[in-house]
Write a protein that binds this ligand. Structure first.
Ligand code: SF4
Ligand code: SF4
Length: 116
């Protein structure tokens, strides 16, 4: 895969890329509809509710990538909750402007290094 080119529109490059899942804490918001889809156990294990108004809920994140990202295999970045992932994640389509911007900010093979 070459970052100079658009990724496969059907998502074939996504697991090897994972760039849009690398970001700082409090990036992936969880709506009530997302909570219902995710279920109580996943909400409890992988989300955090801010303790100040307006009490937004986010997917956990220890610093440089989403806490739901499965980083157990080097070089592969599958979503650990793909089937029930939040609405915001569903809107990031391969080749879309936010996908291309995420890829521009990251570097294939070192995308675990978050840089601004
Ligand atoms: S940045 Fe684009 S190609 Fe990479 S994982 Fe996200 S949607 Fe897929
Ligand atoms: S929930 Fe899944 S798709 Fe969304 S940012 Fe986290 S790992 Fe990526």
């Amino acid at each position: 895969m070459n970052l100079e080119h658009s990724p496969d529109p059907d998502g074939a490059d996504c697991v090897a890329c994972g760039r849009c899942c690398h970001h700082p804490p409090h990036t992936v918001s969880v709506l009530e509809s997302d909570e219902a889809r995710m279920g109580e156990e996943t909400v409890r294990r992988l989300t955090v509710l801010l303790d100040r108004p307006p009490f937004f809920r986010f997917v956990v994140n220890a610093g440089e990538h989403c806490g739901a990202l499965d980083v157990s295999v080097p070089g592969a970045f599958p979503c650990g909750i793909y089937a029930v992932r939040p609405e915001g994640c569903r809107e990031v389509e391969p080749g879309s402007p936010c996908c291309l911007e995420a890829r521009r900010l990251g570097h294939l093979g070192s995308s675990v290094e978050f840089k601004r």
